[in-house]
Design a protein around this ligand. Structure first.
Ligand code: DC
Length: 223
């Protein structure tokens, strides 16, 4: 069996982004960060003063939005229509707003189409919350990456501090706890492991170890 589609789901700060990128690199696959797509919609909605529960406006915004990843000398860049928004979407505010609008059907419906289109070519690692459960239930291998809340909060805090965002560890921990809870209890595509996902706890593992565990499962699967 040749592996074409790999999904990696899990809560924020579990290390999904770095791990998924490295796994894709090692396999020569494309990597798609679907959280970035939700953040992109959030950025546009927020800049237009749209309330997170205004379904009609969200539907209109999505109708005019073209999202694409482009590979260049600076790595993968995300464009919303013509704007490069790669860095702008990485704030805590956008993360919280992305979580809020991700519960709305207009947004999920729009991004379901965008994601499935991106998956058509195969050989892709998709990272998100509902990749293995809703978007690609037929994926060849599914992973669910988790870690305890304190470890995840510390990782995210270090990331934000490196980008000079003014925040504290306690604030990051609280925001993360709320966001994970909201993502898990929403009616539409809640965050949860697919029944056939391989579950990995990264609390006491470093990035390279997680990548190795994932690659060894993939090697087993393609034997
Ligand atoms: O992975 P992230 O922190 O960049 O994601 C931001 C938000 O987007 C997250 O809180 C929930 C939402 N999201 C989602 O609902 N489904 C996905 N597949 C990816 C992200």
């Amino acid at each position: 069996m040749k592996v074409l589609l790999i999904t990696i789901d899990g809560p924020s700060g579990a290390g999904k982004t770095t791990v998924s990128r490295l796994v894709a690199e090692r396999l020569g696959y494309t990597y798609v960060d679907t959280g970035a797509l939700y953040r992109a919609v959030a950025l546009v909605a927020l800049s237009e003063g749209c309330e997170p529960n205004d379904d009609e406006r969200l539907d209109k915004i999505c109708g005019h939005l073209v999202l694409r990843f482009e590979n260049g000398s600076q790595g993968s860049r995300l464009y919303a229509n013509r704007d490069d928004i790669t860095e702008d979407i990485r704030t805590q505010e956008i993360g919280m707003f992305a979580s809020a609008i991700s519960a709305r059907s207009a947004v999920r419906k729009y991004l379901l189409g965008v994601q499935r289109e991106m998956g058509k070519s195969g050989c892709v690692v998709f990272e998100g919350r509902d990749m293995g459960t809703v978007v690609f239930p037929w994926a060849d291998i599914k992973f669910y990456l988790d870690a305890d809340l304190d470890t995840r909060a510390q990782r995210r805090y270090r990331e934000l501090a490196a980008r000079h965002e003014r925040t504290s560890l306690a604030e990051v921990r609280e925001a993360m706890k709320k966001r994970d809870n909201d993502d898990s209890i929403r009616t539409l595509s809640p965050l949860r492991p697919a029944h056939d996902a391989i579950r990995i706890d990264s609390t006491s593992l470093d990035i390279d170890q997680v990548v190795e565990v994932i690659l060894s499962h993939i090697r087993e699967c393609v034997k």
